[in-house]
Design a protein around this ligand. Structure first.
Ligand code: C2E
Ligand code: MG
Ligand code: MG
Ligand code: MG
Length: 282
């Protein structure tokens, strides 16, 4: 009996495993096709200066709406794209599209608009990443000072020395470097001392229950203070309520981003929002 059960279990396991594998392959194929056929879009989520209430720029976030699958989260397909070596091409498309769009906004009179682009670890590790970024900036005509590259700490864990050099060479182009999702994963304070970041993006997990969670209040206040001492700007991610905003204001957070102000928007909607010249914070 037990042998049979074991056998069944094995079969079950096999089937699940097999099915997952097929799903994975199908998703990979769809992802390759999406890239070839230009099916990705970029959305733009406003970043707002907490002192003035003005939109100072946006984070570019990739969107993929597949004809069969519907919306596929970048949280799902970006890691897959990394795994199968598609991220370099996707990342290049994102960077170019974001820079082109931002330059177009500058031409339309939104002069100071800044753009933040997520860079995956694999993309960062390309030997010629600096050259690639420079080429995009030059060909799109975007001033480097308007570009911020967001990196998560996962890329920093290996090859630390060469990462520092690489970051410095990128920064020398005149752009900004942000550490994204700060406080998650293995983030260590020593990164802040070792790596030449300009911006610290405080992860949403510290913000989401900040009004109920005294410990998170202490952490957020202390991280903001420390970041300022280290000459880093602080962006709070995932701000959803006015109460969260008020606390962040009290702690002198510099910039906020989140559903309270706006979800990520298609380019025209983002432009309309900026042009309406609406102050998003009262
Ligand atoms: P991220 O870079 O930390 O981006 C912030 C994520 O939080 C976005 O999710 C955004 O839509 C979401 N978000 C913003 N405000 C709020 C809020 O108030 N509440 C909640 N619940 N969520 C909020 P999204 O667009 O699904 O992206 C997920 C992750 O996928 C990103 O995290 C980033 O790591 C990655 N990703 C997205 N676009 C790109 C891209 O173009 N290139 C690369 N390499 N990664 C990307
Ligand atoms: Mg980001
Ligand atoms: Mg983040
Ligand atoms: Mg994230």
């Amino acid at each position: 009996y037990s042998q049979q059960q074991g056998g069944n279990r094995y079969e079950c396991y096999q089937e699940t495993w097999q099915r997952k594998d097929d799903d994975q392959i199908a998703l990979e194929n769809d992802l390759r096709r999406a890239l070839e056929q230009n099916e990705f879009q970029l959305y733009y989520q406003p970043k707002v200066d907490l002192k003035t209430g003005q939109i100072i720029g946006a984070e570019a976030l990739i969107r993929w709406i597949d004809s069969k699958r519907g919306f596929v989260s970048p949280g799902v397909f970006i890691p897959l794209a990394e795994e199968i070596g598609l991220i370099e091409a996707i990342g290049e498309w994102v960077l170019r599209t974001a820079c082109k769009q931002t330059k177009a906004w500058h031409r339309l009179g939104l002069k100071e608009m800044q753009i933040a682009v997520n860079l995956s670890g694999r993309q960062f590790n390309l030997p010629d990443i600096r050259q690639r970024v420079l080429e995009v900036l030059l060909s799109e005509g975007l001033p480097p000072s308007c570009l911020e590259l967001e990196l998560t700490e996962s890329f920093l864990i290996e090859h630390e020395d060469s990462s520092i050099q690489k970051l410095n060479r990128l920064k020398a182009l005149g752009l900004q470097i942000a550490i994204d999702d700060f406080g998650t994963g293995y983030s260590s304070l020593s990164y802040l001392q070792q790596f030449p970041f300009d911006v610290l993006k405080l992860d949403r997990c510290f913000i989401q229950d900040i009004n109920q969670n005294q410990k998170n209040q202490v952490i957020v206040e202390a991280v903001i203070k420390m970041a300022h001492e280290l000459n880093l700007q602080v962006v709070a991610e995932g701000v959803e309520t006015q109460a969260e905003l008020e606390l962040l204001r009290q702690y002198q957070c510099d910039i906020i981003q989140g559903y309270l102000l706006s979800r990520p928007l298609p380019p025209q909607d983002f432009q309309n929002l900026v042009e309406s010249n609406k102050y998003l914070i009262i």
